[in-house]
Design a protein around this ligand. Structure first.
Ligand code: GLY
Length: 373
């Protein structure tokens, strides 16, 4: 089949690379990998963002986490670019007594999903991560979490796609629909058509601007702004991802192999605003320094804001739509990188007519498509 994938972020490229094994794939994106994927911290940590009532999302995250080691190895082998998968796990940290109670609630939830966790005594926590502030009230280890370097991953996926002749063209304006069936995509620049037997919309927040996508799906995705910082340390400050709550403010510190540290992220309902604000940077630095005081000595190398594609239930929309030949893979909110392998496997199954992974069934767009319009 000729498949058009609208959106060249981590999700779109993962789908393109997976489908290009058996199909001819074109990616439509004016700047692949420069949207939310460019900002992402690359945490593969379903536990850290799990919350009550989001059990289906947690199950999907755990399934996708299990796919990551093989996915990363395959992408690295295909591309020659190592996405720097890290296996040191996560520390969940509560700075105050109230924050500790929040961490305990997450741990109880994780236990119901049989996710291994281990509460560390203060001395153990300091031994594990000496840079952790001595006053933090709770430290829980989640050893199974992984992380990946988002930008190396984008490069790796792009190079892997190139080895299979995936073509990249500019921005999509509309899905071309003929007699109720998707038959291609019109380009924004000159309205020329990329003809396709199947169209996959994986455009993140850009989904709302693509004509021809069923209204229920378009309206289900909203922008949720995240500001995020890149720092650089001249020595390894932390080895694990640290996910902390500081007076109720969630913050994460994600180390890279080369001394880069990602400090994120705000969560703001600000429409399409992508400004980096003094307030956002201040909040992140204040909370980050409260749990890892050594961050003060780092160089601040980058500030960035991007838009997460949020949905009403925080879970993505992955599957066929009411328009024949049109599949959606969007609304990944905080979990685009984590959920990319599961999403790609599910889309491949929908395209080939095989049974999608069980964890993807709860992500089917039918749950929202009719509900919004
Ligand atoms: N998953 C990280 C974030 O959305 O900030």
């Amino acid at each position: 089949m000729r498949v058009a994938v609208i959106g060249g972020g981590v999700v779109g490229l993962s789908i393109a690379w997976t489908l290009s094994r058996d199909h001819t794939v074109t990616v439509l994106d004016p700047q692949p990998g420069r949207g939310a994927s460019f900002a992402a911290a690359g945490m593969l940590a379903p536990a850290g963002e799990a919350w009550y009532g989001e059990d289906d999302l947690l199950r999907a995250g755990l399934d996708s986490l299990g796919r990551w080691p093989e996915f990363a190895a395959d992408v690295a082998a295909a591309s020659g670019v190592d996405p720097w998968l890290r296996r040191e796990g996560t520390l969940l940290v509560g700075a105050t007594e109230d924050d500790a109670a929040d961490v305990d609630r997450v741990v109880t939830l994780l236990e119901t999903h049989a996710v291994p966790t281990r509460r560390l005594a203060r001395r153990e926590a300091r031994a594990a991560e000496p840079a952790l502030a001595p006053g933090v009230r709770r430290t829980v280890e989640v050893p199974g979490d992984l992380s990946v370097h988002n930008r190396r991953l984008i490069d790796a996926l792009g190079a892997a796609c190139a080895t299979r002749d995936v073509r990249t063209v500019g921005a999509a304006a509309d899905v071309d629909i003929d007699a109720g069936r998707a038959v291609g995509v019109r380009l924004r620049t000159d309205r020329s058509r990329v003809t396709a037997d199947l169209v996959v919309v994986a455009a993140g927040c850009g989904l709302a601007g693509v004509g021809g996508v069923p209204g229920g799906i378009r309206d289900a995705v909203r922008p949720v702004k995240g500001q995020i910082l890149r720092l650089r340390s001249s020595y390894p400050l932390v080895t694990r991802t640290v996910r902390a709550r500081v007076d109720g403010f969630p913050v994460y510190v994600v180390p890279r192999r080369d001394g880069e540290i990602v400090l994120g992220a705000t969560t703001e309902e600000q429409g399409y605003d992508q400004r980096v604000t003094v307030d956002g940077v201040h909040d992140l630095l204040r909370a980050g320094i409260a749990v890892v005081p050594g961050l003060r000595e780092c160089a601040l190398t980058e500030t960035l804001a991007r838009l997460r594609p949020g949905t009403p239930d925080n879970a993505p929309l992955v599957g066929p739509t009411s328009t024949e030949g049109l599949v959606v893979a969007g609304g990944h909110y905080r979990g685009g990188v984590l959920l990319a392998p599961l999403t790609a496997a599910a889309v491949e199954a929908y395209v080939d007519g095989s049974v999608p992974p069980a964890a993807a069934s709860a992500l089917h767009p039918a749950r929202l498509e009719g509900a919004v319009r």
